[in-house]
Write a new protein. Structure first.
Length: 510
């Protein structure tokens, strides 16, 4: 259309004034989401004690956010392309802050699940908009690589800031305070974003197809719910009903996108091998990591007896590694190759997870800290480069949809990982043999066992807790082994799928 869309861009188009300040606003949105995701795991023992959820409800609290956000990301990314990415980002940030208050003051497990689901609706507007705006702010490929690296590094920094700030709050206030920290970030984001962020949208987007939105949401939630139920309870009627319903909805979604003149998601994007390979790598990486990460805070607090703030500090090496790797990932990928950096990063994560299969109750911090550092470095390299590949593979008019696909892979992987690997941990844990008088609630979750121990005689409580903790760690080690296998498989797949991919130009691929 305009000359700024052609390969011969003007200097002004390539070097947009104020672009780095605008990036600072975008990374606040990333920080908002990253902090929220990490503090939940830290607060889980306190939520368990206060709201007394069952084991299944606890998993729902952990993964319903990902269910909803995975189902809506493509729709919200497409909506941002139509109504304006700045507008949807600011609306979403405002809603995210407001719904965080609802999370903070939930009084029942059911209310908490609903609050997390609503937060997923708001969160679905944020991440695609931030990446899409980066694609439109930074036309120079090397600057965009650095901007994506900063974007990813901020997400990693949020995973460090979240547990540390959350740990401090949990030691001095009630668990709801970890959600209220979203409010000041949201206020700054909205007020500064109004001034600094440029608006961008697709010139002739066509209508926003509501039926496609419904099909996407029903399909994603149905498939993920079926996997979760099958992993937890076997092939019960609910899983057998939800799975085919979700698969049919996704099939209908794909067919409808191929027929619509202006689809929510252009399915032709997946014909690009680099785009598809990067999306698959992201999905498998998060799938292998998320179940383990969800339970790691519980291991540090309920098994090793660390205070929340100390547990947050213990997880810091992963964030440090990811920040450092994310900032240099683009440069390293240009010096070597995209596939070597992505595959090497995934293999490093897989080997680190394999090392965690030897976990026991008394595992020293040097092993755990080293493994977390390697996980962070591998993830920083892999996620930054795959995000750059995804953005570089599409015209900037489709940046929202492409970013949404990337984030959908991330959230879908998180939901599947918590469902599958989390169910492995829960399944192994429930089979522990406690002394006579062990209440049923102790078999629901480790938090339930700790709470139940307070009501038991000292000797029985000690015996029961030792058995529960041993069983929990056995489940965690098994989940780490499964995660390692997934990551090593992803490394092999990325090596072949990303062959020939380069970062030198915005659309340079083979």
């Amino acid at each position: 259309m305009t000359s700024t869309l052609q390969p011969t861009m003007t200097t002004e188009a390539v070097k947009r004034p104020g672009r780095w300040l605008a990036l600072g606003v975008l990374v606040l949105a990333v920080l908002l989401v990253a902090v929220d995701a990490t503090v939940l795991g830290l607060a889980t023992p306190y939520i368990s004690e206060d709201l007394k959820p069952s084991g299944t409800q606890l998993l729902w609290i952990g993964d319903v956010y990902s269910f909803v956000i995975a189902g809506l990301l493509v729709s919200m990314g497409s909506l941002g392309d139509r109504i304006g990415r700045k507008r949807i980002l600011l609306i979403g940030a405002t809603a995210f802050g407001a719904i965080s208050v609802f999370n903070a003051y939930a009084t029942t497990p059911e209310m908490m699940i609903v609050a997390r689901a609503l937060l997923g609706v708001a969160g679905a507007t944020l991440m695609p908009a931030t990446l899409a705006l980066i694609r439109n702010l930074f036309h120079d490929p090397r600057e965009r690589s650095l901007a994506v690296g900063i974007w990813g590094a901020t997400a990693s920094a949020g995973t460090a800031v979240g547990p540390i700030v959350g740990g401090f709050l949990l030691e001095h206030f009630w668990w709801g305070s970890v959600f209220l920290i979203n409010l000041p970030v949201m206020v700054v984001l909205v007020l500064v974003g109004i001034k600094l962020l440029p608006e961008s949208r697709t010139a002739n987007p066509g209508p926003w197809d509501l039926l496609s939105v419904v099909l996407s949401l029903v399909g994603m939630i149905g498939v993920v719910y079926a996997i979760k139920e099958a992993a937890t309870h076997g092939f019960a009627w609910s899983a057998l009903a939800a799975g085919p319903l979700g698969a049919a909805a996704l099939y209908g979604f794909v067919r409808r996108q191929l027929r619509l003149p202006t689809p929510l998601l252009d399915m032709r994007l997946f014909r690009n091998r680099g785009f598809s390979g990067a999306v698959l790598a992201d999905l498998l990486t998060i799938l292998g990591l998320s179940g383990l990460v969800f339970f790691l805070s519980q291991y540090l607090q309920l098994v090793q007896g660390r205070r929340p703030f100390e547990a947050g500090l213990a997880e810091l090496p992963a964030a440090i590694g990811a920040v450092v790797a994310g900032l240099i990932a683009g440069r390293v990928a240009r010096r070597f190759s995209v596939r070597s950096v992505v595959s090497g990063g995934l293999a490093a994560i897989g080997l680190a997870l394999a090392a965690l299969t030897v976990l026991d109750q008394s595992t020293g911090y040097p092993l755990l800290g080293t493994a977390l550092l390697v996980v962070g470095v591998g993830a920083g390299f892999s996620f930054t480069v795959t995000a750059d590949v995804i953005l570089s593979s599409v015209p900037k008019e489709q940046a929202g949809s492409a970013s949404a696909v990337s984030e959908t892979a991330y959230e879908l992987g998180a939901a599947l990982g918590i469902a599958a690997l989390g169910s492995i941990v829960t399944g192994v844990y429930r089979d522990f043999t406690g002394p006579a008088g062990t209440p049923a609630a102790a078999h629901e979750s480790l938090g339930g066992a700790v709470e139940a121990a307070a009501q038991m005689p000292a000797d029985s409580a000690a015996t029961m807790l030792d058995a529960a903790r041993t069983s929990f760690v056995d489940g965690l080690a098994l989940a780490a082994g499964v995660g390692a296998a997934v990551l090593l498989s992803a490394a092999v797949a990325a090596w072949f799928l990303l062959r020939g991919q380069k970062l030198e130009g915005a659309t340079k691929h083979t």
